[in-house]
Ligand binder design. Structure first.
Ligand SMILES: NC(=O)c1ccc[n+]([C@@H]2O[C@H](COP(=O)([O-])OP(=O)(O)OC[C@H]3O[C@@H](n4cnc5c(N)ncnc54)[C@H](OP(=O)(O)O)[C@@H]3O)[C@@H](O)[C@H]2O)c1
Length: 157
C-alpha cells in the first residue's frame, strides 16, 4: 500500500488531499508507474483524470459502474486476483480501501506528514508488532512543502 498519512492518521477531507507535497507526488509516480493500482471508487473520482501509465482497478458496490480504460470489481479480493503475481501492485486508497487491504499488504510506503489534521478519511493504525520500519527519510519544510514529512517503508514482520 502507498499513502500519505498525518500523525493522527488523517488522509483526506471532502474527497481531497489535505496538503500539497510535490515530492510526495514524485515518489508516488516513481513507485506506481507501470504497475496495477487498486483504489476505492471515491479516490478514483477525486482524480481529474486517470493517472497515466498505470492500470486502474476500481472497487465499488455499484453493479453498473464503468470508467473508461479502467477495470472495475466489487471486492478487494477480486482486485488482488487481477494483479500480476510477479510485480508490485499498489493499493492507493482511500480510507475504506486501506482498511480492507491492510491484512493482505506486505509493504507500506508511507509519507508521514508531520502534523494533525481534521479529516473524514483515515489510515488504519499501523501496529509496530506487525510492521518493521526499514526505511525512514526525514524532509524539512521548504518553499514548496508547507509541512515536514518522512518517507517511510515498513515491511510485514
Ligand atoms: N493521503 C493519501 O495518500 C490518500 C490516498 C487516497 C485517497 N485519499 C483521500 O481519501 C479520501 C477517500 O477515501 P474514502 O475512505 O472516503 O473512500 P475510498 O476508500 O476511496 O472509496 C470508498 C468506496 O469504495 C467502495 N467500497 C468500499 N468498501 C467496499 C467493499 N467492501 N466492497 C465493494 N466496494 C467497496 C465504495 O464505492 P461505491 O460507493 O461506489 O459502492 C465506497 O464508497 C479522499 O479524501 C482522498 O483524497 C488520500
Amino acid at each position: 500500500m502507498i499513502a500519505a498519512v498525518a500523525e493522527n492518521n488523517a488522509l483526506g477531507k471532502n474527497n481531497e488531499l489535505i496538503w500539497h507535497l510535490p515530492n510526495d507526488f514524485k515518489r508516488f509516480k516513481a513507485l506506481t508507474s507501470g504497475h496495477h493500482i487498486i483504489m476505492g471508487r471515491k479516490t478514483f473520482e477525486s482524480f481529474p483524470k486517470p493517472l497515466p501509465n498505470r492500470t486502474h482497478i476500481i472497487i465499488t458496490r455499484q453493479k453498473e459502474y464503468q470508467a473508461e480504460g479502467c477495470l472495475v470489481v466489487d471486492s478487494i479480493e477480486k482486485a488482488l486476483e487481477i494483479c500480476p503475481k510477479d510485480e508490485d501492485s499498489y493499493i492507493i486508497g482511500g480510507g475504506e480501501i486501506y482498511n480492507l487491504g491492510l491484512p493482505y499488504a506486505d509493504k507500506l510506503d508511507i509519507t508521514r506528514v508531520h502534523g494533525d489534521f481534521e479529516a473524514d478519511a483515515y489510515f488504519p493504525e499501523i501496529d509496530p508488532k506487525e510492521w518493521e520500519l526499514v526505511i525512514s527519510e526525514f524532509n524539512e519544510k521548504d518553499e514548496k512543502h508547507n509541512y515536514q514529512y518522512t518517507f517511510q517503508t515498513l515491511v510485514r514482520r
